[in-house]
Design a protein around this ligand. Structure first.
Ligand code: 0WD
Ligand code: CA
Length: 380
């Protein structure tokens, strides 16, 4: 099976956008052949515990336990009395990934025979979530983004900066919105067990500090990528394929009652779900559909490789090739712009809906994000 949007192993189209100070996000410009996107390979993983401490292992891995077709999970249960929420005003930037790199340098420099033996053998290091934002940019009409980029020893590090609008939104969330953010985590608790022979414990505490993250390497056209993403759980069958193919992404969504709701689900939500899981090679999303009261009334599995077929009948719908080509051209743009190699310099790329991507350069500024311990470790 090798249809249009499968991972490919051979190089194809090169691209040559004009050298320019801005980058357009207009969809028509990115309707070309699907670029080469190599099958992502898991090169490691790490865990963050209930106090957000880093561990270079899979201790926070969880196992998917398939619920009934009509489960009746009450997602509001425990919001008041069994919920420990991560402090999202603390900006961790790339720190956890950098910790992983320091602990696993040998895994990403397999030969050590390159011209610069201690440099990382990748072009970009970032979070999967930042790449998801890039993939969806040509279709995004509400939220802009700010991405800080530093070139250090040849590798480009991309770390998000919270926009003013996002900060205002975070600080002014309604009580209803705060509670609804909990629902996704509660759904994880109903469907995940801590080991292969136990069952989910809906009576326990939900602590959003805890995370299991995969680290994958892949290539988009001529961009070698190393990124990490949080993974909800894995197939508990010991015969399941190796990671990332055994991973399962969990989602909740409002129940679909009208054709209009179905169309919106295809046009907006499936775009985000597809982009997020396609990037690390997670093959399926398990969705719990909930009513207004936060009760999961039905379940559905979406296979990432089938989503593009599912949406084909929607009028004016998103296209995977536009997402991938835009991301690819953005990364080429970054390579051309970010020329000075210094941990003290940040190029800030900025985008707002219906505008072009622009950038500015900053030396020794508030935007610097590579920690001293990382810089020192990589210079040794
Ligand atoms: O500093 C930052 N600007 C960010 C840091 C922005 C986004 C994420 N992060 C970090 C967090 O430390 C988190 O542990 O990245 C980790 C997740 O990375 P990711 O996989 O690259 O992010 P994304 O794909 O956006 O989100 C995956 C899951 C989410 O699941 P859903 O199903 O809602 O998409 O990670 C969780 C959430 O469960 N998540 C976060 N957890 C803690 N802090 C955050 C966050 N800021 N964002 C998403
Ligand atoms: Ca999830």
């Amino acid at each position: 099976m090798n249809t249009q949007h499968q991972y490919r192993s051979e190089s194809a189209l090169g691209q040559n956008p004009l050298s320019c100070r801005t980058l357009s996000t207009r969809r028509e410009l990115y309707e070309r052949d699907f670029p080469v996107y190599k099958q992502p390979v898991e090169v490691g993983c790490f865990s963050l515990d209930s106090e957000r401490r880093f561990f270079n292992d899979s201790r926070q891995m969880r196992y998917y336990v398939e619920p009934d077709r009509n489960p009746n999970f009450n997602l509001r249960d425990g919001y008041r009395d069994r919920f420990i929420k991560r402090d999202d005003s603390v900006k961790e930037r790339l720190d956890h990934i950098l910790r992983w790199i320091v602990a696993n340098k040998s895994k990403i420099n397999p030969t050590g025979a390159a011209a610069s033996p201690r440099a990382l053998d990748v072009d970009f290091v970032t979070w999967r979530g930042h790449l998801t934002k890039l993939l969806t940019t040509p279709y995004e009409t509400r939220e802009g983004w700010l991405l800080a980029v530093t070139r250090f020893r040849g590798t480009l590090y991309i770390s998000e900066v919270e926009t003013e609008a996002a900060r205002r939104e975070r600080e002014n969330r309604t009580e209803r919105h705060e509670e609804m953010m909990y629902w996704g985590y509660k759904f994880e608790q109903y469907t995940c067990a801590d080991n292969t022979h136990s069952l989910p414990d809906p009576g326990g505490v939900v602590n959003t500090n805890e995370a299991f993250c995969t680290v994958v390497q892949t290539r988009l056209a001529d961009h070698r990528l190393l990124f990490s993403g949080e993974v909800d759980c894995r197939d508990k069958d010991p015969k399941a394929p190796a990671a990332p193919a055994c991973y399962v992404e969990l989602k909740t969504s409002a129940e679909i009652c009208t054709p209009k709701q179905r169309s919106n689900f295809h046009r907006f939500k499936l775009l985000k779900w597809w982009a997020q899981s396609f990037l690390p090679g997670v093959p399926r999303v398990v969705a719990g559909f909930r009513d207004q009261e936060g009760v999961v009334v039905s379940m559905e599995t979406f296979h990432i490789s089938k989503i593009s077929h599912l949406i084909k009948n929607e009028y004016n719908c998103w296209k995977p090739t536009v997402c991938m080509n835009f991301c690819c051209d953005f990364l080429s743009f970054v390579k051309r712009v970010v020329t000075e190699d210094s941990h003290r310099v940040v190029y800030l790329f900025s985008w707002d809906p219906y505008k072009d991507v622009t950038y500015s350069a900053h030396r020794d500024s508030q935007y610097c994000f590579l920690p001293h311990w990382y810089v020192e470790e990589m210079m040794r």
